[in-house]
Design a protein around this ligand. Sequence first.
Ligand code: SAH
Length: 311
Amino acid sequence: MLEFDNMSNFSLQLRQKLRKHATMGSAEPVLHQQSRDGTIKFLLALSDQHTVETVILPYEIGDSVCLSTQVGCRMGCAFCASGLPGLIRNLTSGEIALQLLVAKRLLQEENRKLKSMVLMGTGEPLDNFDATVTFLEAVSDQERLGMSLRHVTLSTCGLVPKILELAKTGWPLNLAVSLHASNNELRNRIMPINKKYPLEKLLVACDQYASLTGRRVTYEYILIDGLNDEPRFAKELAGLLKGRLCHVNLIPFNAVSELNFRPSPQEKVKLFKKILTDAGVNVTVRRRLGDDIAAACGQLRNKYRGERNKG
Ligand code: SAH
C-alpha cells in the first residue's frame, strides 16, 4: 500500500509534513490488459471512483505512452468513443502525471524504456489548459519528471486561442491537430468545434505555432469509409496544406460499437496516401496496435463502466 508513513527513505519530519499537506492518488490499475504486440492498456481509479484510461504503445524507436487529460470530453466529435458520456470532469495535473508514473513503473518491470509521450487519450488537453500546462512544466523540469518536450506531443481538435497561447511559451512541444476533413462543410458535420474555429483560422494558428516554436505541426486525418476518404478530399487536403511546415498522419478508423462508421478499405487508404505524396505532402499511415485488447480510445473505459453497471 502506498502511504507516506511507509516512505522510510524520508525523514520522520518530512513524512509528517507530507501527511499533513499532501495527498496521494491511487496508483493501482483496476484493469490491465496486454496485447500480443506489446501494447498495454490500463485503467486507474481516481479518488472519486471515476476511471481514466492510459495506453502504452510499442514502437521500433521506443515505447510511447498515451495519456488522458479529462474524464470524458465535451467536444462531441461524431466518430469518437471518448466523448460519448460527455465531459465528467477535468483531471488535475497530478492525475495526469500519475498515469505517466504508473506507465513508467509497468515498463520498468518489463525492462522496457519510455521514449516519448502523447497527450492523445481521453479528453481535450486544451479544454483543460491550466492542468495540462502545469503538468508539462513538471515534465520538462529536470528535478521533477525530467523529460524533454521534444519527445512530447499534444493533440487537439483545434481550440485556436489556446493553440496561440501555447505557441507563446516557445516550448519545443510537438503539436498534432485532429483535422479529419478538408473543408468546413464536412468538418462542421463531424467536429462541432469547427463551427467556432473554422479551418482557415485553425491553419493560421498552426502556422503561427510552427513559426514560434520551430516545430512542424502534424495533421491527423482518420479515414472513414465513404465519408472523408474520396480522392477529391485528398486533393483538397493537399491544396490546403501546400507550402506549410507540416506532416499528415493518416489514421485507420477504429470501429466503435456504438457508432455507425466503418474504416476505409486498404486500397482507399493507399490511394489517399499516394495523392498526398504526389502533391509533395509529407505523409505516413499510423500502424494499428492493440487490436486484440480494446479498440479506440475511450473504449476500455466505456466497456468497464458498462460491465460494472450490469452488476
Ligand atoms: N481531443 C484531442 C485528443 C484526444 S483524441 C484531439 O481531438 O486530438 C486523439 C486522436 O484520436 C484524435 O486525432 C482523434 O480524432 C482520434 N480518434 C478519435 N476517435 C477515433 C476512432 N474511433 N478511430 C481512430 N481515431 C480516433
